[in-house]
Design a protein around this ligand. Structure first.
Ligand code: OAD
Length: 229
């Protein structure tokens, strides 16, 4: 089976009602990254950080996978599909994809603030001050904040090196190291980038840019790829 790596960003979940970050109505226009998504913010104002991610979890409870998530699961009929997502929602899993790597963490998980190996499923949407891990330290969102290492990047790069086909969906490709993953994919591999406002990506051979929404562009591309084999 040919291997497809699908790199997704916030745009794949936009039609499920979850906000992107850098669009004009995006989260980083309502909140300052420095206030809610850095280790310094956590030290300075834990309440604000908790509130920001509690709100994201509440929104996620109301969201459902859209046509793009569901179409990607259909690709598994004929391909070995690995999703590498920058998203912290669980819509790929709920859409039926079986292999999903979350580069930037997972909203429904929390972890110890002293021992990163202690990761727990959060019941419900609310993480509160005073919720403790088994070592007695405050639980924090299981999210990779700005300024923190991205532990799964090495695994993601290795998956990209093995890809026969790459599909990028709904990402501004502004945030590294995730945005650099495209450079690990073999030059001869077909590559597709589905995003209504996709910027040009210089020096990447065999790249087709599809300026459509995920809900429209992904099912079309999946039908094309399924018809090939
Ligand atoms: P961005 O908000 O930077 O980019 C979202 C992309 O989605 C843009 O290129 C939009 O054009 C596109 N988009 C919007 N609606 C779409 C739709 N219906 N279908 C397809 N595409 C659509 O989000 P990311 O690139 O995911 O990290 O951002 C990367 C990281 O930056 C995030 O994981 C997050 C953020 O800060 C952390 O919080 C650590």
């Amino acid at each position: 089976m040919k291997k497809i790596v699908v790199l997704t960003g916030a745009g794949v979940s936009a039609e499920s009602g979850l906000k992107t970050f850098r669009d004009h109505d995006g989260l980083w226009h309502e909140h300052r990254v420095e206030d809610v998504a850095t280790p310094e913010a956590w030290e300075r104002n834990m309440d604000l950080v908790l509130e920001f991610y509690n709100e994201r979890r509440k929104n996620l409870q109301e969201a459902k996978p859209n046509a793009a998530h569901i179409a990607l699961a259909r690709l598994e009929e004929k391909y070995d599909v690995q999703i590498v997502t920058q998203n912290v929602d669980d819509l790929h899993e709920r859409g039926g994809s079986s292999k999903v790597l979350h580069l930037h963490g997972e909203l429904k998980k929390v972890r110890s603030s002293v021992d990163p190996s202690l990761v727990y499923e959060l019941q419900g949407w609310e993480l509160k001050k005073g919720d403790l891990c088994e070592k007695g330290s405050q639980l924090r969102p299981h999210i990779v904040w700005f300024g923190e290492p991205v532990p799964l990047i090495v695994e993601a790069a290795s998956l990209c090196e093995q890809a026969d086909i790459l599909i990028i969906i709904g990402s501004s490709l502004q945030v590294y190291p995730a945005a650099g993953l495209i450079h690990y994919v073999f030059a001869g591999a077909p590559k597709y980038y589905i995003d209504p406002r996709a910027a040009a990506v210089p020096f990447i051979p065999n790249l087709e840019i599809i300026r459509k929404t995920a809900g429209e562009g992904v099912p079309e591309l999946v039908n094309r790829l399924l018809a090939w084999c």
